[in-house]
Design a protein around this ligand. Structure first.
Ligand code: OGA
Ligand code: NI
Length: 333
């Protein structure tokens, strides 16, 4: 079966795009975005020595937006630049070289190169191709899905994974303290050092009818948290109080999303953010989210210290794999 990659479709769609990519007016970004900088996703300086201040800022952002950007986060800018360089180079390889990493149609695993084949409700498709592979822990890595070309792909990705731990630990510590827990309790509830880092590269080719399409439709991430770096083409949007806002591109910042598992562990105090991605008429947009997830067989539920008679659990406890299964198959949680 010939698989249609969006990158190929973009090559011959110079003025118009196929009908299945055209969104209803309820979704079209040009019609549904708040114009002007009315409100913005908070920007937090992680190097501020006043930890209480950082905790307050993270609690505020995680309760009100479910998303924030962090600057001075400790990952060297050069490490991020090199991660982006090799990811972009992979997508610029000829189609047949990329297809060597294609996710096989019947595979249970999400890893590999691909394009979402299943259409969404209303029969629409997203303007994006992707590559998924785990980058941590080493025992979970399947190198068959890591491109061999460019040759520095592996080294640059390993370098990024290594530097992520500092940010992840800091974020979990602040999220934990912000709920009145001990600094390590939130991370422990998510699997501690067994947490899995799943990297995705989103490749959104330029799109002649960008106002009518979406790169990723509105969703919340299933992960605990997601840490994303984009290229310099703005496109990410966050939903707050039923309105869509552009998330500003800030060079060298990391964009942190609160995912469903943190919402559950916090018993709803922190909100998993509804977000989507636009595409661009002139430029290719690329983004590198890392989904920081509990191990698949870990049971996740509201933290016992956060529930009592006055605050009953708002979510069921279940294995992370079970949560993902229900969400992907759209069955009730
Ligand atoms: C995702 C996602 C947003 C972006 O892949 O889950 O939300 O900016 N991507 O690419
Ligand atoms: Ni997402």
């Amino acid at each position: 079966m010939e698989v249609e990659r969006v990158q190929e479709i973009a090559n011959f769609s110079k003025e118009t795009i196929p009908e299945e990519f055209i969104r209803t007016t309820y979704e079209q970004p040009a019609l549904t975005t708040v114009q002007g900088t009315v409100l913005e996703v908070p920007v937090i300086d992680l190097s501020d020595p006043d930890e209480e201040k950082v905790v307050r800022a993270i609690v505020d952002a995680s309760s009100n937006w479910g998303m924030f950007q962090v600057v001075n986060h400790g990952i060297p800018h050069e490490t991020v630049r090199k991660l982006k360089e090799v990811g972009k180079a992979f997508f610029e390889l000829p189609p047949q070289e990329k297809e060597a990493y294609a996710k096989s149609p019947g595979s249970q695993s999400i890893e590999g190169y691909g394009t979402k084949l299943q259409r969404e409700v209303e029969g629409k498709k997203a303007w994006v191709d992707h590559l998924f592979h785990k980058i941590w822990p080493p025992s979970e890595i399947n190198y068959q899905f890591w491109p061999k070309n460019p040759p520095s792909y592996r080294k640059n990705n390993e370098e990024y994974a290594k530097h992520m731990h500092g940010v992840v630990d800091k974020l979990f510590r602040c999220l934990s303290l912000g709920l009145g827990l001990e600094g390590n309790e939130m991370k422990e509830a998510m699997g501690g050092d067994n947490m899995v880092y799943l990297l995705k590269i989103n490749y959104y080719p330029q799109c002649p009818q960008a106002d009518l399409a979406l790169g990723v439709p509105a969703h919340t991430d299933m992960s605990a948290i997601t840490i994303l770096v984009p290229n310099d083409v703005q496109g990410l949007q966050a939903c707050k109080d039923d309105h869509w806002y552009d998330v500003e591109y800030i060079p060298n910042a990391l964009i942190v999303h609160i995912g469903d598992q943190i919402e559950i562990v916090s018993n709803g105090k922190y909100k998993s953010v509804l977000h989507r991605a636009k595409v661009n008429k002139e430029k290719t947009r690329i983004s590198w989210p890392v989904f920081v997830e509990p191990p698949s067989d870990l049971e996740v539920g509201p933290h016992p210290k956060l529930v009592n008679e006055a605050n009953p659990p708002k979510f069921k406890s279940k294995k992370y794999s079970q949560y993902c299964f229900c969400k992907l198959n759209k069955t009730p949680q």
